[in-house]
Design a protein around this ligand. Structure first.
Ligand code: SF4
Length: 298
């Protein structure tokens, strides 16, 4: 009888939409931080890591049906939190099993880069680590405080500068609406200024959705956080796009965006700003609000 083989996962598994074609391989579960005010993703899930023997079992399984896998995405909210010494044997083990693997990607926080020296980042790059999804959310210090991200715009510059030096490709997230009503334009201008000093291969755009089990929802109920309107968010996105001064891809096509958009900037800047203006001019605010009320996850 044929042996039944499965991949073993612990806890919630979450990967970005653009990693849909990658092999998903569990390395960690939960999040080391748990304190972002908009996030309800890994609540009550303490951070942990998969043991090396378990990791190898999963790799063996992947090898059995995809021996030529080229891209691996390691799961967990931030596997890059693991120190260089802890990460190294896992990365080398991927190379042992999947000899054609070209890149090993994962989520990382700005905080997670701090614990690594540039020489360690270079070594990780040489071992195949490439493609860090970084949930920056903003580059505006006041907004980073509202979101309780635990780092500043200066930290973003310093830590991603290290990635640039090491040659590790990374992707940013920008979240419209996060600064609250009346603050989107400031957030957009300051974030575009900071992001433009770096080299994100692409920028993924989300829009804030307030879920009942988050701190920001609670603050909104108390009246100390005033949510931005839907059209206001699209205007914020126009400002963000208008102020970006780098060549990059923009992926604003996740479910939290009322208007799904992708663009290569700056080439398609005017086209995409005009498309947003058309939606602002023609779609009622209430229709956009109804869309957001029906969202069930980030
Ligand atoms: S946004 Fe990311 S880092 Fe922040 S609490 Fe959620 S999973 Fe953790």
């Amino acid at each position: 009888m044929k042996e039944v083989r499965i991949l073993y996962f612990t806890g919630r598994t979450w990967r970005p939409p653009y990693e849909a074609d990658s092999c998903i391989l569990p390395l960690t579960y939960g999040c080391t931080y748990h304190r972002c005010h908009f996030c309800n993703l890994y609540q009550n899930e303490p951070f942990g890591m998969v043991s090396l023997p378990e990791f190898e079992k999963n790799l063996d399984e992947i090898k059995s049906y995809q021996p030529n896998a080229r891209r691996i995405f390691l799961t967990g909210a931030n596997p890059f939190a693991l120190s260089y010494e802890k990460l190294k044997p896992y990365i080398l083990t991927v190379r042992d099993y999947l000899i054609k693997c070209q890149s090993i990607a994962m989520f990382a926080s700005i905080r997670d880069i701090k614990n690594k020296e540039v020489w360690q980042l270079k070594k990780l790059r040489a071992m195949g680590v490439n493609g860090l999804s970084i949930g920056t959310e903003s580059g505006d210090d006041d907004t980073l405080i509202v979101a309780n991200k635990g780092y500043t715009s200066q930290d973003i510059l310093e830590q991603c500068g290290k990635l640039d030096e090491a040659g590790i490709e990374y992707y940013f997230v920008y979240m419209t609406g996060l600064a609250g009503h009346g603050n989107g334009c400031r957030n957009a201008v300051n974030s575009a200024r900071i992001f433009s000093k770096l080299n994100p291969y692409f920028i993924s755009v989300d829009s804030l959705t307030l879920f009942a089990d988050t701190k920001l929802y609670q603050l909104a109920q108390e009246g100390t956080f005033i949510p931005a309107g839907e059209k206001e968010r699209l205007e914020e996105l126009q400002v963000f796009i208008g102020n970006l001064q780098i060549r990059t891809h923009l992926l604003a096509n996740t479910v939290s965006n009322f208007v799904p958009l992708t663009a290569y900037l700056p080439k398609e800047r005017e086209k995409i700003i005009a498309r947003l203006q058309y939606v602002i001019d023609t779609v009622p605010e209430e229709e956009m609000l109804a869309y957001r009320r029906n969202l069930r996850s980030l």
